[in-house]
Design a protein around this ligand. Structure first.
Ligand SMILES: Cc1ncc(COP(=O)(O)O)c(C=O)c1O
Length: 488
């Protein structure tokens, strides 16, 4: 595989605030290592030449040379004749082919599997015989599941028919497929900032030029500084009017990672502006139904798109990846039938359809969704309250929001040390994702996203690990922790 070059300017943006602490070369190598570990820097990327990077960052070439040497010594950098310095994860840290054991993984906002899932799966296997006479390749979804999904939208207040539904391999597949079909290279694509990283990766991979609009969390530190929580509406409307993005990727309910929900009247204004600018709003409702104690009624976002012109402006996606389990790879797209046909036509170059067995399982589970969601709300309420309590006891200086739904808390650390903390936490057996992973320009160093879906015992262990990591930061502002080849 030939390495992908990265310019000094692009690396500078990714590095964000990397200075501070003991020595510049340690700071630089640690930050590059973190970028690689949490996926912001892809394996097989060619780093800029030492002199060029030194000039860009305003440090001596010797500093860059020392940083590269440290990375090379630890197995994160290879110098290939003719190809320069190429970063790569050492074998032990490469994306795991096997689940990682012995380490607490708080880097994902996932939910434990729904109780009783095995029994439901066994029952679904019994339904398979009805389909065995066909080819088994299903690019659009079995009729009974499309109808059950349409019925869920109707029950929630959005008239929908089965021909407006396409079943996908989870919501991520839906995002990537829509991006591939709707975006041409160089098109502008509006995103929230911070946002869900795998979404902006897919939008960018399809050639989109990202136009970020900020969403502020409702933490005390932010409120004290006068920042209104939620979407920066003037910036959002202006971006729609001036940039004419082809697509806008939004999570209006329990936004990942901030936990914010967009007010109903704001939804109406955003939809009207999108319809006027010809922008398709890709509304990700993967976590929209994880309501813990939010006040008010929130129908699906597309219910606010009333006129014929506006209706086409909203494409919704959903998934059972969290309500049921991440291991059941079923998601869906709700769009007008003409777009569904285009998406189905475009699908086969990438995959040949959704597994029937999993579709049958989800068809059985959908009528039980109200009970499933009530069970999840109970779990998440207990988790949120436990995490809040533990963080308040252990880290009184952190500003922890009180999300009324979703699965994560976007914690303000009060200092721009999220990347350092995430690195140090690895040394104590905890994987967490640093704030900058949720931005595109190295911002959010003050924030850490913590899921409250794990059980109390896991959360206690995570808070203990964060405590040790936080203490190590206080001792060494940039931890000289050595490299972690044996952590996983
Ligand atoms: C906001 C959001 N969208 C999409 C996804 C991907 O969902 P799926 O597992 O259905 O692909 C996730 C998963 O974490 C998510 O948080």
């Amino acid at each position: 595989m030939s390495p992908t070059p990265l310019s000094a300017r692009a690396l500078e943006t990714l590095l964000g605030e990397w200075r501070g602490g003991s020595s510049a070369y340690v700071g630089l190598s640690e930050r590059i290592r973190l970028l690689l570990l949490d996926g912001r820097l892809a394996s097989h990327t060619r780093l800029p030449a030492e002199r060029e990077l030194g000039e860009r960052l305003g440090v001596s070439r010797t500093t860059v040379t020392a940083a590269y040497r440290a990375l090379r010594g630890a197995g994160y950098l290879q110098s290939v004749r003719g190809s320069g310095s190429v970063v790569a994860l050492p074998g032990a840290l490469a994306p795991a082919a096997e689940p990682i054991t012995g380490i607490l993984d708080f880097s994902q906002a996932s939910m434990p599997a729904l109780p009783g899932l095995t029994d439901a799966a066994v029952a679904a296997a019994g339904d398979l015989s009805r389909h065995l006479g066909g080819s088994g390749f299903d690019p659009v979804g079995i009729p009974e599941l499309r109808e059950a999904l349409a019925e869920r939208y109707r029950v929630r207040g959005l008239p929908t028919s089965a021909d407006e539904i396409m079943v996908t391999l989870g919501a991520q597949h839906a995002i990537a497929l829509l991006a591939r079909v709707l975006i041409s290279r160089g098109d502008r694509v509006l995103i929230e900032m911070p946002t869900y990283p795998h979404a902006y990766e897919a939008l960018r991979a399809a050639g989109g030029r990202l136009v970020p609009v900020s969403v502020a969390a409702a933490d005390e530190a932010g409120l004290a500084s006068g920042t209104a929580p939620g979407w920066d509406e003037p910036a959002l409307l202006q971006a729609l009017q001036r940039s004419n993005p082809v697509l806008g990727y939004l999570m209006p309910d329990f936004q990942n990672p901030t936990g914010q929900s967009m007010p109903i009247d704001q939804r109406e204004r955003v939809i009207a502006a999108a319809a006027a600018s010809g922008t398709v709003l890709l509304v990700d409702e993967t976590i929209a139904e994880f309501d813990i104690d939010r006040a008010g009624e929130y129908p699906p976002f597309a219910a606010h798109a009333e006129g014929a012109r506006e209706a086409g402006a909203v494409v919704s996606i959903g998934s059972v990846g969290k309500s049921v389990w991440g291991g059941i790879r079923i998601g869906w797209i709700r769009a007008d039938p003409a777009l569904i046909r285009r998406l189905v036509g475009a699908r086969s170059s990438n995959d040949l359809g959704t597994p029937l067995l999993e579709q049958l399982l989800v068809t059985r589970l959908l009528p039980e969704m109200p009970q499933i969601l009530a069970h999840r709300a109970q779990q998440l309420r207990a988790g949120r309250d436990h995490l809040e309590r533990r963080l308040a006891e252990r880290f009184p200086s952190w500003s922890v929001p009180h999300p009324d739904g979703g699965i994560t808390a976007w914690v303000n650390l009060g200092q721009p040390v999220s990347s350092q903390l995430a690195l140090a936490a690895r040394n104590h057996g905890l994987l967490v994702t640093a704030g900058p992973r949720f931005g595109i320009d190295g911002a959010f160093e003050r924030f850490l996203r913590l899921p409250f879906s794990p059980n109390p015992e896991q959360m206690d262990r995570a808070v203990d690990a964060l405590g040790l990591a936080w203490e190590s930061l206080a001792r060494h502002p940039l931890p000289e922790t050595g490299f972690l080849a044996d952590v996983v």
